[in-house]
Design a protein around this ligand. Structure first.
Ligand code: FPP
Ligand code: MG
Length: 300
């Protein structure tokens, strides 16, 4: 990305982030609703300042196929609720045991472990309530999205599968294929679902859906490889979380297995492949391609 495109992309992401946040504000229970501790914890983690990349990718994929922004932003917000649930639970002591998230104390540090567990559960549940709520698009469409997302975060090659394989790989030697499974499942499947859900909310054809599937899968894996790289090369200030943790915890990561430079090359190649899948759309897919490139040059 040249500096001008990078700047334009960052500005664009900022605008889209504001749209997603407005909808999240509307959908999340008020902080003073009884029992307020859980609502405070849910809001605390959701509004701690995420990049909102998954929702933005969903919006972008949907708008490529002429989707209605008002419907799309609802799915997009549901994705962010699920993403936030995964971060809240990931930070808990029996999982990654991290005290810092999005530059603030992790949910369990601010509200206690019991409330953090329940806040994660509640965000996950609320997401599906939002997706199933009355109104457009068609019920068939909504059902497909619900099924898609539930699978992407489940145990069949989804987020929970990846998380379990990740835990079991810690402090063990694993091969490249297992590492790719972990990353594609714990992070990639959700990115893939984000762009697929955007497309599924529109009149996209099966060929369209197949193209965004390839795009999402590749950028999702690249995103997690960069996440590994940032743990080695990034800073706590920019990332808003503890760095150099993977090494200390003896985690299975791309830089540990392939080295830093080769990991960077793999991530770049994935992004090139992702962008190539969108070739048929020409300049209409320019923003998605710019976001894909942004994912590998990001520093936070
Ligand atoms: C950071 O996203 C998150 C990841 C790199 C995903 C890692 C995977 C998990 C935490 C899965 C956990 C799963 C369970 C079931 C607990 P980001 O950089 O987009 O964060 P941001 O939203 O704060 O910007
Ligand atoms: Mg983890």
């Amino acid at each position: 990305l040249n500096p001008t495109v990078l700047e334009t992309t960052e500005r664009y992401l900022e605008e889209q982030r504001a749209l997603v946040e407005k909808e999240l504000e509307r959908l999340l229970p008020r902080a003073d609703e009884y029992p307020s501790s859980i609502h405070q914890a849910m809001r605390y983690s959701v509004f701690a300042g995420g990049k909102r990349l998954r929702p933005i990718l969903c919006l972008e994929s949907g708008s490529l196929f002429g989707g209605d922004g008002k419907n799309l932003v609802r799915v997009a917000s549901a994705l962010e609720m699920i993403h936030t649930y995964s971060l809240v639970h990931d930070d808990l002591p029996p999982l990654d045991n991290d005290d810092l998230r999005r530059g603030k104390p992790a949910c369990h540090r601010a509200f206690g472990e019991a409330t953090a567990i329940l806040a994660g559960d509640a965000l996950l549940t609320l997401a599906f309530s939002v997706l199933a709520s009355p109104g457009p698009p068609s019920e068939a469409c909504k059902l497909r999205v619900i099924h898609e997302l539930a699978d992407a975060i489940g145990t069949h090659g989804g987020m929970v599968a990846g998380q379990v394989a990740d835990l079991e790989a810690t402090a063990r030697t694993i091969d490249a294929a297992t590492l790719e499974f972990i990353h594609s499942s714990k992070t990639g499947a959700f990115f893939r679902a984000a762009v697929r859900c955007g497309a599924l909310y529109t009149d996209a054809t099966e060929a369209d859906i197949n193209r965004v599937t390839v795009f999402g899968e590749k950028i999702g894996l690249a995103f997690q490889i960069v996440d590994d790289l940032l743990d080695v090369l990034g800073s706590r200030e920019k990332l808003g979380k503890t760095v150099h943790k993977d090494g200390h915890q003896n985690k299975a990561t791309y830089p540990a297995l392939h080295g830093i430079e080769e990991s960077q090359r793999i991530a770049s190649r994935l992004v090139e492949g992702a962008c190539a899948a969108l070739e048929p759309y020409g300049t209409r897919a320019e923003t998605l391609r710019a976001i894909a490139h942004f994912l590998i040059v990001r520093t936070s």
